[in-house]
Design a protein around this ligand. Structure first.
Ligand code: NDP
Length: 347
């Protein structure tokens, strides 16, 4: 059987494809990309990880994911058992919030509408985000444990205020809300699953030519590794997940019994600090160590933990219904740095 993965050339999607093609009983994967060349490059990049298994991967070009019928042709041409929607603009430099909200919300609505009524499709799995869970203005929120019951209370107005961070957080929130509204209103033929990861870190497997093409979350780590950051930065998000664990959650969500119509917080067992990023790089990558920042920002203790404490995340539902387990932070930092240490800075 076959599954559809959107945004196939992305950081998360590359690992999702690897996870699905590595399952004991793998599905074949059709991945959407905006240009044909991105498909070819992705396939070559993944061949080094997957060997011949990569032959079960093919691509479909969807230039505009926001269009109403964006996914119609690919769904007409293939009988998918599941649709995994990862594509979203993820950067924090939008000049106009609509650059983010338009594709994020529009693609979510169009993919659900197009999947509805197709008998083969049992599940639609949407890569949402902790951005749709966290109450950002509450800051470090000492002692609070976020769960799937929490929703980011950001308003439509604040989403469109012009701040690129609000645009991204709002886009993820409204896109996921639109998905659950669709389920409530349309009672679709498939089950919906949304996966909400916080900061996603780990091995970079997607095709890139140079470090300046890294995705947003990997770029933030890279700036620490190569000493572009001169100090340990203050931290907005306290929790994280290994990208391979997030990918495994996507692969398990395709068929895990009882997981349908659930929202999952997909997060590592422990919170992290930006100091632990520096510590891991210094310990394991002596060639980079002299440049890695160690000067702590104000308001944190010697371990980089905000004074007064911080929130945590509850990943127990993902363990219970998806059978998830999570890797530790230090290993994740090593996986990241190993995958990027030989990249040229620019191309
Ligand atoms: P990437 O930037 O690596 O991947 C984003 C993917 O979406 C790319 O394939 C990109 O294609 C595609 N895309 C972006 N904008 C558009 C558009 N307008 N039309 C069509 N395709 C588009 O990011 P990640 O892999 O990190 O993100 C994947 C998903 O995971 C997103 O939904 C993101 O919100 C979510 N997420 C990521 C986190 C992280 O820390 N990385 C944290 C929480 C959630 P192209 O290359 O052509 O632009």
């Amino acid at each position: 059987s076959k599954v559809l993965v959107t945004g196939g050339n992305g950081f998360v999607a590359a690992q999702v494809i690897i996870a699905i093609l590595s399952l004991e009983t793998p599905y074949s994967v059709v991945a959407t990309v905006r240009d044909e060349i991105k498909g070819t490059q992705t396939k070559e990049a993944l061949r080094s990880k997957l060997g011949d298994k990569v032959d079960n991967l093919s691509f479909a070009v969807v230039p505009d994911i926001e269009a109403d019928d964006a996914f119609k042709a690919v769904m007409d041409n293939n009988d998918f058992v599941a649709v995994l929607h990862t594509a979203t603009p993820f950067h924090l430099r939008a000049k106009d919030p609509k650059e983010i909200t338009g594709p994020a919300i529009g693609s979510t609505k169009s993919i659900l509408k197009t999947a509805n009524g197709r008998a083969s499709i049992k599940r639609v799995i949407i890569t949402s985000s902790f951005a749709s869970i966290v109450d950002l203005p509450q800051g470090t929120r000492p002692g609070y444990k976020y769960t799937e019951k929490d929703w980011h209370p950001i308003t439509w107005e604040k989403t469109h205020s012009g701040d690129p961070v609000d645009a991204y957080y709002g886009a993820k929130t409204w896109a996921e809300r639109a998905a659950w509204d669709f389920v409530k209103e349309e009672n679709p033929t498939f089950e919906l699953i949304t996966l909400c990861p916080p900061m996603v870190f780990g091995e970079v497997a997607q095709y890139i030519k140079s470090a300046d093409q890294l995705n947003t979350s990997s770029a933030s780590l890279y700036n620490v590794l190569v000493g572009k950051d001169k100090e340990v930065s203050p931290q907005a998000v306290m929790i994280w997940v290994n990208v391979k664990d997030l990918a495994k959650a996507h692969a398990l969500a395709i068929a895990a019994p009882g997981a349908g119509n659930h929202r999952f917080l997909i997060a590592g067992d422990q919170p992290y600090t930006n100091k632990e990023i520096s510590d891991a790089f210094i310990k394991h990558f002596p060639e980079f160590a002299p440049k890695v920042p160690t000067k702590l920002p104000e308001g944190v203790d010697a371990n980089g933990v905000p004074i007064g404490g911080r929130y945590t995340g509850d990943n127990s539902l993902s363990k219970q219904l998806l059978g998830m387990t999570y890797q530790n932070f230090e290993d994740t930092m090593v996986q990241f740095a190993d995958s990027v240490k030989n990249l040229p800075a620019t191309s």
